[in-house]
Design a protein around this ligand. Structure first.
Ligand SMILES: Cc1cc2nc3c(=O)[nH]c(=O)nc-3n(C[C@H](O)[C@H](O)[C@H](O)COP(=O)(O)OP(=O)(O)OC[C@H]3O[C@@H](n4cnc5c(N)ncnc54)[C@H](O)[C@@H]3O)c2cc1C
Length: 698
């Protein structure tokens, strides 16, 4: 049957961070101080591929593990051999270092081509399998970009595979539910979101793993087209510690105190700043529009801002009002006092920068609309709000590109939300989301109009589509941004560029990134962070139809089943009580969640709705429509109570706008305790009846 090329990566072990892993001066995490391990999701991908091989009875099928990294990355290949890999390949070369996702995906795709040619003898009957993302990058961009380079279908966020009628059917996570799909043709790329059946190494397998030869390839062996720093399309300009949580993170010892806090929080309605929300900054204006000719207060880094401020002060002292008046003697006078700020070369660059007043990129600011059956994903409106702000600063228009079938009626709503131009790409073949067909349609529109910025929602769909589109049109992409700001890097000749800020290394550091060597700057943005504007029905906009030639061959996936949440739920309620997998079973969920809901409803005299984590929904504790989070509903109640919920990022994204978050969890190290206001360490079975009693008595 099929062979499996599994991508494995060595990453820092972010689960074992100690204080000495941080640089005292900068407060940022030093990667080299952390142990190296296999990326957990890649080890799940290995087990997943092994199970695919077993379930299709493909005893002779090969599992080939491929990694790219420094020579020490061979450790993850030994790990793979000791679990299930038959052959392992290490792609290692100094020239591959410092790569972003484009310059990682590209050489890996070329290595896959070489594996297929040299080891699989040109067979097309194989799967490329990988974890959905790595903990150090957290981008989820590399596998779809490998698929794009190789021209293969990509099935992302897979949680299960069933071998039926001589092919695999995959269950995958989608917004609002799950879906069963099959690749129309092989080869295909699969990314694994969750597979909780780990493989263990036996003593004999470990010994064998140490004896097996590792195939080592360098850049010359694969001849990739984009590698290392030079082949990258983004660069990190700043790494800094994440801001302190705006949550109180206060442990509460007894039910009586918790009941009092709940009542007080509800009454005071104290507004919490949303976790991870963008900090308000002064609105950017282009240099040509600033009152002071030498005002460069929108530079990307503090150092650049300070240097320009210092320069502006000296120019003022010298009575210089135009850049043209800065002659050699003037420069010498400035250099005589500027040692702490800049030297000669930097001064020349800064003066050149002062001559630039218009933006480095041209074109509109675009949002990629995400919708299902004519209903827009709320994140699209949030992105339009952000795009409006960016476009106003850059003095350009907001465009929204939307691909689908019979979608024109949506245009009005998008214009009311802040868009100027709606680019409609309509085709029957686009009626359901197929990554290959949609990326062709969107990439075609981008290449026709070249917007200067393109924003996608960091939903499962957006995080699959954006990497494919950006790779296809040759642009950089930054994943899961929580901050998007227009800034200058005048010294480097860049005006009005998009700085993209995002959490990395499991949220332990923040990184600010800029695009390079690209005609357009692209980012996916975390839902729930950017702010939607109030709808303005009087706004006027234009609908522009964009035609793309599509055929049935552009459809890569067969969609076999889609399960979406249905039914009524009132997530506008002031209080939401959610149960997670820690509720153990449906009976417990119903008994305890209902008990707390009615206790709170009586005491606070308000409506209380039930919510759930994705894991609780998957366990069948409650219907999917109650799911809160990235692929459920994002909510913003006065009080959110999480019962037996660990605090996974995909869950917490959905409650970021809540005023007060309360958690009850039996694990004293539950991650949710660092993301909530009040918490109780203890079981839900003990604590909920006590809390309800205390509410009655309060
Ligand atoms: C692409 C993608 C999208 C996703 N979208 C979402 C989403 O929208 N929403 C979502 O919720 N998840 C989502 N997930 C899943 C998410 O990553 C987590 O797996 C999920 O949130 C975990 O749910 P949980 O906290 O209920 O379960 P677990 O992580 O298993 O946590 C259960 C918790 O219960 C505690 N516990 C156990 N017993 C008790 C007890 N008796 N009393 C008290 N506490 C107890 C445990 O200590 C543990 O902390 C998504 C994942 C992916 C990959």
């Amino acid at each position: 049957m099929s062979d499996y090329i599994v991508l494995v990566k060595q990453v820092p072990d972010v689960t074992q961070i100690t204080d000495n892993a941080f640089d005292i001066e900068t407060g940022t995490l030093v990667r080299s101080r952390l142990a190296s391990v296999i990326n957990e999701l890649d080890s799940q991908a290995l087990a997943f591929a092994n199970e695919m091989r077993r379930s299709s009875s493909g005893k002779d099928d090969k599992v080939i593990a491929l990694t790219m990294g420094p020579p020490m990355a061979e450790e993850v290949l030994r790990y793979s051999l000791s679990r299930c890999a038959d052959i392992v390949v290490l792609l290692t070369d100094r020239s591959l270092a410092g790569a972003d996702t484009v310059a990682t995906a590209n050489p890996l795709a070329f290595a896959v081509r070489k594996i297929v040619k040299d080891i699989l003898k040109g067979s097309s009957d194989y799967y490329v399998v990988s974890g959905m993302q790595s903990v150090d990058g957290d981008t989820a961009q590399v596998p779809p970009q490998i698929a794009e380079e190789l021209g293969l279908p990509c099935i992302a966020y897979v949680t299960g595979a069933e071998f039926k009628k001589e092919r695999f059917e995959f269950t995958r996570i989608i917004s609002g539910g799950s879906q069963v799909v099959a690749a129309k043709e092989l080869p295909a790329v699969i990314t694994v979101a969750k597979y909780e059946y780990p493989l263990f190494a036996t003593f004999a397998a470990s010994r064998q793993a140490n004896r097996t030869e590792i195939i080592r390839w360098g850049s010359d062996d694969i001849k990739a087209s984009h590698t290392g720093v030079t082949g990258s399309k983004t660069s990190v300009i700043r790494v800094f510690p994440p801001g302190k949580s705006t949550r109180k993170c206060q442990q509460v010892g007894d039910a009586k105190s918790l009941a009092k806090l709940l009542v007080d929080s509800f009454k005071s309605g104290e507004a919490q700043a949303a976790e991870g929300a963008e900090t308000k900054t002064k609105r950017y204006t282009l240099p040509g529009k600033r009152a002071d000719r030498f005002d460069r207060s929108f530079e990307g880094t503090k150092k650049e801002n300070d240097s320009y401020k210092f320069l502006a002060g000296r120019l003022k002292e010298l009575n210089i009002t135009e850049v043209g008046q800065i002659d050699e003697s003037c420069k010498e006078k400035i250099l005589a006092v500027s040692k702490d700020y800049f030297r000669k070369k930097a001064l020349e660059d800064m003066i050149n920068g002062l001559q630039l007043t218009g933006p480095s990129y041209t074109g509109e600011v675009w949002v990629m609309a995400e919708h299902s059956d004519g209903e827009m994903h709320p994140a699209t409106f949030e992105l339009i709000g952000k795009a409006r702000e960016l476009a106003d600063s850059l003095e350009t228009k907001v465009g929204v590109a939307i691909a689908g079938y019979e979608i024109e009626p949506i245009a009005k709503e998008l214009i009311a939300a802040g868009a100027d131009n709606i680019y409609i790409i309509e085709d029957k073949l686009l009626s359901v989301f197929d990554p290959t067909a949609h990326r062709k349609a969107i990439a075609d529109a981008i290449s026709r109009y070249w917007p200067q910025i393109v924003l996608y929602a960091a939903t499962p769909q957006g995080r699959m589509l954006a990497p494919m589109v950006s790779y296809r049109v040759g642009c950089g992409l930054t994943a899961d941004c929580t901050g998007l700001n227009i800034k200058d890097s005048s010294r480097n000749g860049q005006i009005g560029i998009l700085l993209q800020t995002r959490p990395a290394l499991g949220g332990n550091v923040m990184a600010t990134i800029r695009t390079k060597n690209s005609k357009s700057q692209m980012a996916t943005a975390r839902p729930g962070v950017m702010k939607r504007l109030p709808a303005d029905e009087s706004r006027k906009g234009k609908v522009i139809r964009h035609k793309v030639e599509l055929s049935k061959d552009d459809i890569s996936l067969e969609i076999l089943k889609t399960e979406l949440g249905t039914g009524e739920v009132n997530f506008e309620a002031d209080v939401i009580v959610s149960g997670g997998k820690g509720m153990q079973n449906r009976d417990n969920y119903e008994r305890l969640v209902n008990l707390l809901c009615s206790g709170l409803s009586k005491r606070l005299d308000t409506e209380v709705e039930r919510g759930a984590s994705r894991a609780a929904v998957e366990q069948g504790f409650i219907e999917r429509v109650h799911q809160v989070g990235q692929t459920g509903t994002s909510i913003g109640p006065k009080i959110y109570i999480a019962l037996g919920i660990s605090g996974a990022i995909q869950h917490m994204i959905g409650v970021a706008n809540t005023e007060t978050i309360v958690a009850i969890n039996s694990d004293p190290n539950a991650p949710i305790f660092k993301q909530c206001d009040y918490y109780v360490v203890g079981s839900v079975e003990d604590n909920i009846p006590q809390l309800v009693q205390a509410l009655q008595e309060s």
